[in-house]
Design a protein around this ligand. Sequence first.
Ligand code: SF4
Ligand code: SF4
Ligand code: SF4
Length: 348
Amino acid sequence: MTNALTLSRLRMAVQVVMLVFTVYGGALMGHYLADKVTGSLPALSCAYDQQNAGYCVLIPMQHQLHHRVGESIVRAQQFSVDYIIPFGFTMLTFLAFFFVLNKAFCGWICPLGTVQEFVYKLGRKLKLGIRRFTQDSVGRVRPVKWAVLILMVLVLPLAAGLGYTSYVTGDAYCQVCPSRVVTTLMTADPKQIAVNTADTTAFAFSAARSAIFGFVLILALGMRQPFCRVCPMLALHALFRRIVPLRLAKKQSGDQCGKCKACYQACPMDIHEVAFEFGSKAFHADCTMCGRCVEFCPDDGMLALKLGPVALFQSSSAYMKRRAKIDKPDGAPCKPKSKSAANPAPAE
Ligand code: SF4
Ligand code: SF4
Ligand code: SF4
């Protein structure tokens, strides 16, 4: 099994291809084609990256709230469907992508999610300690993503359009987004990490952006997916997760389930509900559809990644035993067995 295809290896291959595509796609296949293919990818494929393949839906959403909706309300009286239609199209393309993949964007495509996973793997190679959220502390962090979505993506851009806040808050979330720094640095463009001293607001935003980027990088060495906990995209996905066909499914009951907690140990988002709840309650708003819980669950068919009624991948004790030889649920690599342990000398 150590060289066999596993769900994690398949996912990593998809993540690497999508990382190259979202960061360099425009340079590789031309912006027109790349833009047609990706449309408004609901992943943090940054519009500030000049070589990318399309862009994150958050930027047109903020711009339209700022320049279309907000400014047209100010002009009042010119408020008409002409201003709502572009915003509607952004939401429609976004919804179309969401309907097909929804949370799988996080677990399989988002460049910032992938980079955080790589940094965590580096932390394991360096044998750094692992930090996890407890059940209580994760509960305190979870509401932050909703606050970021409402304030930074919706309210501030609209307020900028209405003239209540400064122009730079017209894309307030993009001003501090660490994906903007990560993806542009990958194209050797250092501009987005530089602090902007043009005015106080620009200085505050650019300093916050660089600080958040550094903080996320350091945290990711010992914690899985630190930025995802507060990401507004996670909240946007969560709004639609109950109506999309691709989801994490769990059986309605199980006598032994909840005792091993292997799924919770494997979960990069510290979702304890996956171990202790059943049915649809186990599919939490913070799930990224990475499938690690399914891989490590020893109960046949208890957990599954499903597309509609079809199980794409489901838990099995046989798979789990083989899978557990590659890495531990928390992502730490398994120690290779010594030759003598693997091939014990025959008894005399
Ligand atoms: S939650 Fe994480 S993986 Fe999902 S869009 Fe945000 S940064 Fe990317
Ligand atoms: S790993 Fe499977 S059996 Fe164990 S608690 Fe999680 S869902 Fe239940
Ligand atoms: S609940 Fe399962 S699929 Fe969802 S993030 Fe956790 S490990 Fe991944």
